[in-house]
Design a protein around this ligand. Structure first.
Ligand SMILES: Nc1nc2c(ncn2[C@@H]2O[C@H](COP(=O)(O)OP(=O)(O)O)[C@@H](O)[C@H]2O)c(=O)[nH]1
Ligand SMILES: [Mg+2]
Length: 312
């Protein structure tokens, strides 16, 4: 393991509790101290990985690698399996720009958060605002989920917690107009970032996608390079189903990355491998709780170590 603050590693481990219990624990039972490795063990490993929602493609890559090492006699004991698995997992998770692309251009950068209802968009907007402020950036929130009145209030309370302005209109207002207003207001005030919280549900899925496309198109009138980032917010608990959503959102607005929420307490954290394998999008942040500090930049190495650590 590389140098990581124990606090952060500990929290990540605790957050991944159920996934770890399922994967890390059984993995340790299966391979630690093992003297001889055979095809049967690799098969058991395959079932374990699939059970942790790592997905068929990613599991195929990991198991294929173990099999070829086995045939080369390069898997002599449990430690070698563990090391190979760790390396294979990192190979899948690394790659892609995992930090936000927010150039200083003397103009506010727009970050759009998209995803289905309940995925954690509004909460992520609040947590991300804190994170960016901690990096010295000035942030404004745009309440582009105008479908439900409660959504605006929820974002306003995140604005208060962060002590930052929230641009909102009445419910039912045109979300593209809200985002355009926010970008103009942020530019006038010299702010660095606008985070747009969007709706996850409209009368039909087609309406929602058309609305998101329009938000991006109108935003480009204020800034041809907008949105600087368009992040798909995915609930880790939905497992493989989440991947189907990604394609639709990707077609409506070009996605630049994923925020995987609710990694605390889900048994399905392995879905992060399936996301990397299937979507080829970087995971930029992970959500490990509901409070303002519970968003972490995604660090593949810390994640794999936390996931694989068998001890409590
Ligand atoms: N445990 C946990 N809950 C979260 C996380 N992110 C969001 N939530 C909760 O999930 C629910 C839906 O979140 P919300 O931001 O309203 O989703 P939205 O519909 O996409 O805007 C709320 O109760 C949040 O507190 C997370 O990382 N961990
Ligand atoms: Mg919301």
């Amino acid at each position: 393991m590389t140098e990581k603050s124990p606090g952060l590693f500990g929290r990540l481990k605790a957050g991944l509790g159920r996934t770890r219990a399922k994967l890390g624990g059984s993995l340790a039972t299966l391979i630690v101290g093992r003297k001889a490795i055979d095809a049967e063990l690799i098969e058991e490993l395959e079932a374990l990985l699939l059970g942790a929602d790592i997905g068929i493609e990613a599991t195929g890559v990991l198991i294929g690698d173990l099999e070829s090492r086995l045939s080369r006699n390069a898997l002599r004991d449990g430690d070698a399996v563990y090391a190979a698995l760790r390396e294979g997992m990192l190979g899948i998770l690394q790659g892609g720009e995992t930090t936000l692309e927010l150039p200083s251009r003397g103009k506010p950068n727009l970050i759009m958060l998209v995803g289905v209802n309940g995925a954690g968009k509004t909460t992520t907007a609040g947590k991300l605002a804190r994170q960016l402020q901690d990096q010295g950036r000035s942030v404004m929130l745009a309440a582009a989920d105008t479908f439900r009145a409660a959504a605006v209030e929820q974002l306003q309370s995140w604005g208060e917690r962060n002590r930052i302005p929230v641009i909102a209109q009445h419910s039912g207002a045109d979300p593209a107009a809200v985002v355009f207003d926010a970008m103009s207001a942020a530019a006038a005030r010299g702010l660095d970032v606008v985070i747009a919280d969007t709706s996850g549900r409209l009368h039909t899925q087609g309406n929602l996608m058309a609305e998101l496309t329009k938000i991006a198109r109108v935003a480009r009138k204020a800034d041809p390079e907008a949105p600087a980032e368009c992040l798909l917010v995915l609930d880790a608990g939905v497992g493989q189903n989440g991947l189907a959503q990604a394609e639709q959102f990707g077609q409506a607005v070009g996605l630049t990355g994923v925020v995987l929420t609710k990694l605390d307490g889900t048994a399905r954290g392995g879905v992060i491998f399936a996301i990397r394998k299937k979507l080829d999008l970087p995971v930029k942040y992970i959500g490990v709780g509901e409070s303002i500090d519970d968003l972490r930049p995604f660090d593949p190495e810390a994640f794999v170590d936390a996931l694989l650590s068998g001890e409590a």
